[in-house]
Design a binder for this molecule. Structure first.
Ligand SMILES: [Zn+2]
Length: 402
């Protein structure tokens, strides 16, 4: 059924006076979508009025809201959520290995089913307006394909609300837990990205661990999204190995490094050189904007041309008692930490959760795009980010979700 969404605004340019950008210009538009796809973008009153008279068209009043792209959660763990379980704090551990061993035991006996915990997580994030998810799913011999199967089953019931990417994640170490063959099965079984974690501090063999990661990626033609917590010289070596493997396999544009704490440890000149290499090889960096002084230098990366995204990562799980589940909280924190206070900086920051340039004279939305978008009662994107204005409505493939 054709739908006409009227009375919505789109930003078309910055408003500047005496070198000070004080806001954005918007224009009123209407869009038509059909079968989940935008079929028309109308900015002319006569055409909009004519469209309203089309037979069998549903007309929705957008209430003068700002039209923004789909919000994307780029780093979450569907299988780790404790949402719905009565409060328990975090058990102290000595290191990451002990953490994931304890986590495994805890989740096996968790007082709420996998399905319910994952639904709670999805419902929470949907309530904040997100409709795209990239989730890591633990894969190792002890858990096998169980979490992946369970996650896929839950996702079947959400097919009209969200789209997703699943990363096969050898949380217990690709080598350490001997996960290679389970990883292969996961990639035959619905996971579309190859994950990984710390080739030195977890796996203890940089060469072998990353060689196997790229072997999986090239064999299944899958992009990589890798959890990297290595610091200082270990980070330096790991990035060098990543870059040489990317060049060897032509995996440009298909590698994401999540966390990438170690990038902040390198001296300025070295960072400059490395960031240029990351940009050239189209490596993406994803951060969960942690507050413990391990955030990679995201602004420096961005100005070097490296694509950056953010995600929630932990939302009340065995690793962290925190996390609101609202990716816009993370974006707001990012803007505050990096002191992004201008109209332009705040506007551009939204690209970290939309992967979409927002301000163009014609507006960002185009015919042929999927009808995935967000409506917000804000004067501008900058206000939406800085003032944490709640999402009014979200649409996925033309269906209202929030
Ligand atoms: Zn993670």
């Amino acid at each position: 059924m054709k739908t006409l969404l009227t009375n919505i605004r789109i930003e078309t340019g910055y408003l500047t006076q005496d070198n000070f950008t004080y806001g954005t210009a918007t224009k009123e538009i209407a869009i038509i979508f059909d079968a989940g796809v935008v079929t028309d973008v109308l900015d002319d009153e006569v055409k909009i009025n004519k469209a309203k008279l089309t037979q069998n068209i549903i007309v929705i009043d957008g209430q003068n809201n700002l039209l923004l792209p789909q919000l994307r959660e780029m780093h979450v763990h569907f299988d780790k959520s404790k949402l719905g379980i009565p409060w328990t704090p975090i058990e102290p551990v000595q290191n990451r290995i002990e953490r994931f061993e304890k986590e495994f035991d805890y989740l096996k006996k968790a007082p709420l089913s996998f399905t319910q915990r994952m639904e709670n997580l999805l419902n929470l994030e949907l309530s904040y307006g997100v409709t795209h998810f990239r989730s890591h799913i633990d894969i190792h011999p002890a858990v096998g394909q169980k979490s992946l199967e369970a996650a896929k089953k839950v996702l079947e019931n959400y097919h009209d609300k969200l789209d997703y990417e699943l990363v096969a994640f050898p949380q217990h170490g690709l080598l350490l837990s001997n996960a290679f063959s389970e990883m292969k099965s996961a990639l035959q079984n619905g996971a579309t990205l190859v994950g990984g974690v710390d080739p030195i501090s977890i796996d203890g063999n940089l060469e072998k661990s990353l060689n196997q990661t790229f072997e999986l990626a090239t064999q299944f033609n899958a992009p990589i999204d890798y959890h990297l917590h290595e610091r200082h010289h270990d980070a330096r070596q790991t990035f060098a190995k990543f870059l040489s493997l990317i060049e060897e396999t032509n995996w440009q544009g298909k590698v994401t490094i999540s966390h990438a704490y170690g990038l902040r440890d390198l001296p300025k000149e070295e960072r400059k050189e490395l960031f240029a290499q990351l940009a050239k090889n189209k490596v993406t960096i994803i951060s969960s904007i942690s507050l413990d002084f391990v955030i990679p230098p995201l602004i420096e990366l961005k100005s070097a041309g490296v694509k950056t995204f953010i995600g929630n990562d932990n939302i009340y799980d065995c690793w962290s008692p925190f996390g609101s589940g609202d990716v816009m909280d993370k974006l707001n924190r990012y803007a505050e930490i990096f002191d992004l206070t201008s109209q332009k900086e705040l506007t551009e920051s939204l690209e970290l959760v939309t992967n979409q340039k927002l301000i163009t004279p014609a507006g960002w939305i185009k015919e042929g795009m999927p009808a995935d978008f967000t409506l917000v009662n804000a004067s501008s994107t900058a206000e939406f980010v800085a003032r944490r204005i709640p999402v009014a409505k979200s649409y996925f493939k033309g269906q209202q979700v929030k």
